[in-house]
Structure formats: C-alpha cells, structure tokens
Design a protein around this ligand. Structure first.
Ligand code: 4AD
Ligand code: MG
Length: 440
C-alpha cells in the first residue's frame, strides 16, 4: 500500500457519495467481478450498500493482480478515489489504488449463492449466507429501522418497556398453537404466545407499558404470513379503553412507516418499493365495525356470514377497499380470546380490534379492552377449558385494584413485510422459523 493509501479514512459505502474526489478505504466483500482485458470492474458490498470499482492494469499493476480472478465473497480492504458516477448504483464509483485480500474464497469450494436465480428452499438452507445479498441486507436494515421507530414512539408516548418471559405456565392465545417444553424436573412449560398477560400485570404496576420480544405459535398453517417464531410489540395501559388503543395503534404504525420512508429511502429503492403508497400512511386510519365489514365483504360477493372469522382472503378483500391500514373493531365475542371485554350495549360483541395492512398484507395488529371483572374472567377461563390454577396470578390483577385496561400486539414481521412489499414474511426476519424449518 502507498503512503497515501494508508492515511485514507475508512468509510462505509452508504456514505461514499459524500467523499467524491477523496481517497478512502472501504472494507467488505467482493460481490461481483467483471473482467475486460486490461480493465477490471469489481462490485464491492459492505453491508451498507454496493459500490462499483474500476482498475486498470497499466495504472495499478499490483492491485490489478490482487483482484484479477478473485473469487466471489472474498473479503477485501480496498483503497481508492471516489468519483461521482450518476449511472452507477449508489451514484459513485471507486477508482482503485490498493487492494488487500483478507481471505480468498478457495476456487475449489466457491461461494454457493451465485448471481442467478435460485430456488427459495435452497436459499433458505443457505440463509446464513443469503442475508449477504443486497436485497436481504436492505430488508434487515428496514426491520431495524422499524424497531427503532416503534421503540422511540412508545417511549415518547410515555410507555415503559417491561419485558415478558418466554417460558410460561399456560396459554394466552388458545391451546392449539402451544409449544410445550420440558422444563426442569419434568415440569411442563410453554413458549409464550404473547406477552399480554404479563404486561397487564406491569401496567397495574407502572401505568403505561409495553413489551417487545419473540413470541411462538405452533402454527400448522404454511402460509406466507405465518412464522412459528415472530416478534411482537405489545402496549398495555391502565385506565385505557378500546378507542385509546385504536388511536395508539394508528399513531404507532404511522410513525414506523414514516420513519422508514425518511431514513431508509435507499433500501426501499433497492427493493423497488412504491414509496408513494407508504407516504400516504398517516393517522387517522379508516375504522369499520365488524358488522360493517361483513356487509362490505358480502357486497363484494364474498360468502362470509355474521359470526365468521375473517381469513386471509377476506382480509385482502377488505384491505383493497382502502389505501391505508383499516381498523376493524367489535368482533363477535365468541371468536375472540377469553380475556376480551364485552360491549355493555351489545354483549355478543367484544371490545376488540384488528388492524389490516393495505395491499393484502393481512392483520398487523390485534388487541382490545380486557375483561377487568373477576367473576366474568373466571367464568371465561372455565368456558375456555383453561387450567384455572395457572391463572391465579392473573386473576390477582382483578382481585387487587382492578381497573379498565387495554392493549394490543403489533406483529413486527407482518408490518415489515408490508413496508418492504415482500411476498413472504420469511424474508424479513434474519433466521425464519417455520412449520418445517429450524435450520440454519
Ligand atoms: O392477534 P394476535 O394473536 O394477538 C395477541 O396475541 C394479543 N395477545 C396481543 C395483545 O393484545 N397484546 O397477534 C398479534 C399480532 C397479529 O396481528 C399478527 O400481526 C402477529 O401478531 N402474528 C403473527 N405474525 C407472524 N406469524 C404468526 N404466526 C403470527 N400470529 C400472530
Ligand atoms: Mg389476531
């Protein structure tokens, strides 16, 4: 390396355009290499973006030899001059002066993911490598931004983060999707389906709280919207009602989307996402009752009857009616969980709501007001054939200073899949867990 090269500052590719005319160092991997006689056109990636390089044998013989024939995904430290190049991805390219190969991928065992179409099963087997491709890296950066925005919003709204446990003694969302684990000394425990019951306790302790963490469902359904392990953000507030949570949900979702639009424009562009659709996402969102939603579906020719739950098809049909997420509230109590409060004016209805994402991405939020009456809750636990002993601590919340309270759960992957416009939610979590997949 020349003196000049050694002194250059190390930058990341996303900031490269700011260094036009300067000699800088980039550390990353060789994504692609085009050879054209005495010229080489490598493409480097460093996790923040990709950048094209150019080098000639005549001007830089040493660096040229280091790069020539270099294998895909070899790790490199590259020094060169940044030049604006409007036609290049990212708007600039690097005129290479020096190359240090950190590790050369052996020619005998080339990188398994080539720059061509691969089947998704193959890519999922190679998920630990697949995440290196620029599209996957862009998705993961958007996911991180969504989490940051969500946490910032909740914190600014005065909610305190209180984490819920992963091992739990009983079901929260029905017994059919429980993962049972052999806990110590043959005790049975279950992986949490939702942190809700625990944030109800912390809400009575701290007022306004939320939990954010992994949740688990032994979903036997193999759809593009289901994972067996997914992340949920669950706010809960004491003295809050259904309407408060619908307001909070639309504020939260608007904040997440606008933050991604503002701070991850490059990544959205890399995904080819139609940003104009996301720019429209601002509270208030349309709200319809379950009764109205059934009518909308029937008018559209869907066979849904009052009392039926909405599946993926119905959600897609409803979302097509609006260009913002739609809130559907007051579902029949019979189809909702044991903990839901009922509408005092129409006891057959629950004080529940779901938020359905636009463009057919399905339910991103489920929540509502909780049953705060001790006697009613005990009855509901019995009717749901749940083990009463395991819920004694939860019933304590109704024995000691019970108050009206409400909350919801926002599914992170569903939300990010919608923002990214990905076909399947398996792409928006680093290592997806699905019906038939726990590797890698
Ligand atoms: O509607 P759900 O089941 O609601 C609850 O778990 C409540 N206890 C939350 C609460 O009130 N604190 O799940 C909430 C959200 C859904 O709207 C969906 O976005 C997501 O979690 N979700 C899933 N995401 C991916 N894969 C799955 N298998 C999911 N199941 C639910
Ligand atoms: Mg739900």
């Amino acid at each position: 390396m020349s003196q000049e090269a050694q002194k250059s500052s190390v930058i990341t590719i996303e900031h490269a355009p700011e260094y036009a005319g300067e000699v800088v160092t980039v550390r990353g991997w060789l994504y692609n290499l085009r050879e054209s006689g005495k010229l080489l056109f490598p493409i480097f990636r460093d996790g923040t973006g990709v950048m094209q390089g150019v080098i000639s044998l005549k001007e830089q013989p040493q660096a040229f030899e280091a790069l020539k024939g270099l294998t895909q995904e070899s790790s490199v430290i590259v020094t060169g001059m940044i030049q604006a190049e409007p036609r290049a991805p990212g708007g600039c390219e690097i005129h290479i002066q020096a190359v240090e190969v950190v590790q050369k991928v052996p020619e005998s065992s080339p990188y398994p993911i080539q720059l061509k179409e691969h089947g998704v099963d193959f890519l999922l087997d190679q998920r630990h490598l697949w995440i290196r491709t620029p599209r996957q890296a862009a998705i993961l950066r958007i996911r991180a931004e969504a989490i940051r925005a969500a946490r910032n919003y909740m914190d600014a709204e005065g909610y305190t983060l209180t984490d819920a446990p992963v091992f739990t003694p009983a079901a929260c969302e029905g017994t059919t999707t429980l993962f049972e684990v052999n806990y110590i000394d043959d005790q049975k425990a279950y992986l949490t389906q939702s942190g809700q019951l625990y944030v109800e306790a912390t809400a009575a302790a701290l007022g306004k709280v939320y939990t954010f963490g992994p949740t688990f469902r032994a979903e036997k359904s193999k759809t593009r919207r289901h994972l067996t392990e997914f992340w949920m953000l669950e706010p809960e507030a004491a003295f809050a009602h259904l309407a408060d949570m619908m307001d909070l949900g639309e504020g939260l979702v608007s904040a997440i989307v606008q933050s991604v639009v503002k701070n991850r424009a490059r990544e959205l562009a890399a995904l080819g996402r139609d940003v104009s659709k996301l720019e429209k996402i601002a509270a208030p969102f349309p709200r319809v009752t379950y009764d109205e939603a059934v009518k909308v579906l029937q008018t559209a020719g869907n066979p849904t009857k009052w009392g039926d739950d909405f599946g993926g098809d119905e959600e897609t049909l409803l979302s097509k009616e609006f260009d913002k997420p739609v809130i559907i509230h007051r579902y029949p109590a019979a189809m909702k969980a044991f903990y839901m409060a009922t509408d005092s004016e129409r006891p057959e209805l629950s004080l529940s709501f779901d938020m359905i994402a636009p463009e057919g991405f399905g339910e991103i939020i489920g929540g509502g007001e909780r049953q705060s009456d001790y006697e009613t809750l005990v009855r509901r636990i019995r009717e749901s054939s749940l083990p009463e002993e395991a819920f004694q601590w939860y019933l304590d919340l109704r024995r000691y200073g019970s108050v009206p309270h409400a909350g919801f759960g926002l599914g992170l992957e569903r939300t990010v899949a919608w923002i990214c416009g990905t076909e399947h939610i398996r792409e928006v979590i680093p290592f997806p867990r699905m019906l038939y997949r726990v590797y890698p």
